[in-house]
Write a protein that binds this ligand. Structure first.
Ligand SMILES: *[C@@H]1O[C@H](CO)[C@@H](O)[C@H](O)[C@H]1NC(C)=O
Ligand SMILES: CC(=O)N[C@H]1CO[C@H](CO)[C@@H](O)[C@@H]1O
Length: 444
């Protein structure tokens, strides 16, 4: 099976125009009608070897094609001039290499169709695959277009890909091109600034060979439309390579409900435990969430009542639950907490693990990597060092506040927007205090 669910952003406006049928008819093979007057937005031609725009629909959704993309297998976009330009001009991936092509092969997996099987030991941290989407469509266009118009433009787009890519596309789960996109695409925010309007659906034909497991051995991330898969533990010859189609840190009943979207029950190792093990697993997941909330809450109150062993306990539960694809934030927390309590050995150990996990899960540019490297290299020189050792020392409390302002900026790899805002506020607080001359040497 090759199913991946896109997370569509359905706004009311989109829904209304879909109901009203606002789409104009497709202008097959006519002069592209591209809007050249959008202020501050790109509307011209794309750099070579990109072709297009052509086949424009609804004014500004057009077809773009890169025959050299994906190792000459081709890449098609159905999107606005601006998003096409962004996609076509993302920096080339050079820092991350692909492992040898002979490390795994596609083979029948009992009960699952085809899947990737390792041919050699694939080591934790190895990059398995990096791909551009073969087929990328703006979410608005996918939702709004009239079916007959959509069918035409999707068929045209598909016919531009190599034979091999077309075959792989058509071998995916679902009837018809539209359903295959619904069931197999990844949601991609094209604009690096996070503009919500820039939601696209991307189909990566090679990635479809990864089957689902709720305790996967491979992590994936999408950066600037590039899909990267990395081994999160050692994978032995003969073992299947899996990713998770859903967020893994959920109880079994939740996971099963979500997976019904692909028409199958969760039958992975974790979902088929016996009832005793299952209850233990569910309890652990519940405790993980509770402890994470508790740590977050205490950290937001200058680390009041936080216990040194909390971070370590969290890591332990993640490992027991085999959540190897989601370890980075957990290691970062543990490293910081141990450092705050002046435990040099453990702070160093977890900071080193954090660097590895951040690289696997977020790439070499992950926000917190530099800080975790610094912590691992010189625990006692880090802002967090021993600030909880003397609880009632005024100066230490001050340091904590300053440190947190800085720490928040650097050490919340996957902080949500809300948390970012909070840290901005704290950052300003730090500046104010710095001006008053109260800052310590290494806090700024
Ligand atoms: C993503 O694209 C933006 C804009 O082109 C670029 O500044 C940024 O460095 C890219 N990120 C990565 C990780 O390549
Ligand atoms: C300790 C650490 O990682 N500091 C970095 C925090 O982020 C700023 C910029 O965002 C860097 O300049 C620091 O080096």
């Amino acid at each position: 099976m090759y199913q991946l669910r896109p997370l569509l952003l359905l706004s009311l406006g989109v829904f209304v125009s879909a109901v009203r049928g606002d789409d104009l008819a497709a202008s097959e093979d006519t002069v592209p009608e591209v809007n050249f007057n959008l202020e501050g937005e790109h509307s011209g031609e794309l750099p070579s070897p990109w072709e297009g725009p052509s086949h424009c629909v609804s004014g500004d959704h057009c077809l773009y094609f890169n025959p050299k993309g994906n190792n000459n297998n081709g890449q098609v976009l159905i999107t606005t001039p601006n998003y096409a330009y962004l996609t076509a001009t993302f920096p080339k991936i050079t820092s991350e290499t692909q492992i040898a092509p002979n490390s795994f092969h596609l083979a029948p997996i009992p009960g699952k169709g085809n899947g990737f099987v390792a041919d050699r030991l694939i080591k934790k941290g190895e990059v398995i695959m990096q791909r551009q989407p073969s087929f990328l469509v703006h979410a608005d266009a996918h939702i709004e277009m009239k079916p007959e118009v959509q069918e035409k433009i999707y068929q045209t787009a598909l016919s531009k890909l190599s034979k091999d890519a077309q075959e792989k596309f058509l071998a995916q789960f679902g009837d018809g091109v539209r359903t295959k996109i619904d069931k197999n695409s990844f949601r991609i925010v094209v604009d690096p600034s996070g503009d919500k309007e820039s939601g696209h659906l991307g189909v990566f034909v090679d990635v479809s060979g990864f089957n689902h497991d709720c305790r996967p051995n491979v992590h994936y991330r999408i950066t600037n439309t590039t899909h990267t898969t990395v081994a999160v533990r050692n994978i032995h010859p003969g073992e299947e390579l899996t990713i998770s189609y859903i967020y893994g840190i959920a109880r079994r009943s939740t996971r099963q409900k979500e997976l019904q979207d692909w028409g199958f029950e969760c039958t992975c190792s974790q979902c088929t435990l016996n009832s005793l093990e299952m209850a233990a697993s569910d309890a652990r997941v519940k405790e993980i969430k509770r402890l994470e909330e508790e740590i977050e809450e205490k950290m937001s109150k200058r680390g009041e009542d936080i216990k040194p062993e909390m971070g370590g306990k969290l890591v332990e539960m993640y490992l027991e639950e085999k959540l190897f694809a989601y370890l980075a934030p957990t290691y970062v927390r543990a490293a910081l907490i141990y450092s705050m309590f002046g435990n040099e050995v453990k702070a160093k150990e977890y900071a080193e693990e954090a660097v590895g996990a951040l690289t696997r899960e977020y790439g070499t540019h992950a926000k917190d990597i530099q800080s975790m490297r610094e912590l691992a290299a010189d625990v006692k020189g880090h802002w967090s060092w021993a600030i909880k050792v003397v609880n009632d020392d005024k100066k230490k409390a001050e340091t904590w506040k300053l440190g947190q302002g800085k720490g928040k900026k650097n050490e919340t790899a996957n902080a949500e927007v809300k948390k970012e805002r909070k840290s901005e506020k704290m950052g300003k607080e730090t500046d104010k205090r710095a001006k008053k001359g109260k800052a310590k040497k290494d806090e700024l």
